[in-house]
Write a protein that binds this ligand. Structure first.
Ligand code: ADP
Ligand code: MG
Length: 257
């Protein structure tokens, strides 16, 4: 795997060889976020390859959500830079990052309870020139909520609300999707639905960074796993290696496996 140092993500390879090498789509350089005296992310060099489905795990307070919010622009770094798909994101507004192809489902819910399912999906589409009706129909089908298009979002189950929120994020046809704990509080069936949705979007070429505690779920969807601890990357590798790593087990998996 390429290290952040040996790839200049501002320069895209002209053509990615089929079945060949990889291309870094996201890279953070020495990314640091301090909240007063607390360092939430500590000089993090992190990268994701195009087309990858990466899971990010780690104990509570490790800095996972902070890292996501630095990538989306909800937070500004104290130090360091972020590059994405040929752009230097560091000084870009959140909406400019969305236009560049980044979508996110945050940890806390961001749906409009009083609006219908379809109205919720229209919100992100309003400031675009996409064919709203076409995208709406396609998205409703994808998140399996066509039958509930006109119901108020407040009537949906927890799992359906999470699917709706992922739906809102995919209306903009992002290249890179960030999900913060997408199956927290879900039943086994609801979790399986989300896993299937993520896998099918990934099969269509979407790149993912998924923060999740549910190791069963991580096992189902993940390729590479990054472990964050106290604001730094502790380990990175295939799920089997991560799960059998002594130190990872000690600081994290003991409570979550
Ligand atoms: P995780 O998502 O891995 O549980 P977070 O990124 O939410 O961790 O938090 C990392 C650390 O930063 C924690 O110690 C948390 O209390 C702190 N933190 C996060 N957001 C803020 C904030 N807005 N103000 C102050 N401290 C924060
Ligand atoms: Mg979090």
């Amino acid at each position: 795997m390429s290290t952040p140092e040996d790839i200049n993500v501002r320069q895209k390879p002209a053509v990615a060889a089929t079945g060949g090498g990889t291309e870094t789509i996201l890279a953070t350089k020495q990314l640091t976020k301090k909240f007063g005296g607390l360092t939430a992310t500590d000089s993090v060099d992190f990268s994701v390859e195009r087309g990858e489905l990466r899971c990010l795990i780690g104990p509570n307070g490790a800095g996972k959500s902070t890292l996501l919010e630095l990538i989306t622009g909800q937070l500004s770094p104290t130090e360091g830079d972020i590059y994405f798909d040929g752009h230097d994101l560091t000084d870009m507004e959140p909406h400019e990052r969305m236009d560049a192809g980044i979508s996110v489902k945050f940890q806390s819910p961001h749906i409009y309870e009083s609006l219908s399912v379809a109205q919720n999906l229209r919100v992100p589409l309003e400031r675009t020139d996409r064919d709203i009706e076409e995208v709406l129909e396609k998205t409703l089908d994808r998140i399996s909520l066509s039958e509930k298009a006109d119901e108020p979002a407040s009537d949906l189950s927890h799992g359906e609300k999470q699917r709706l929120e992922i739906g809102m994020a995919i209306t903009l046809d992002p290249t890179f999707m960030l999900l913060d704990e997408p199956v927290a509080g879900m039943s086994v069936d609801e979790t399986a639905d989300i896993a299937e949705l993520i896998r099918s979007l990934h099969d269509d070429g979407m790149t993912f960074l998924v923060v999740e505690h549910d190791m069963e779920f991580v096992r189902k969807i993940s390729e590479q796993v990054t472990v964050l601890n106290q604001g730094s990357i502790l380990r990175q590798g295939p799920i089997e290696e991560i799960e059998s790593d002594e130190e990872v087990r000690r600081i994290y998996l003991g409570e979550n496996a």
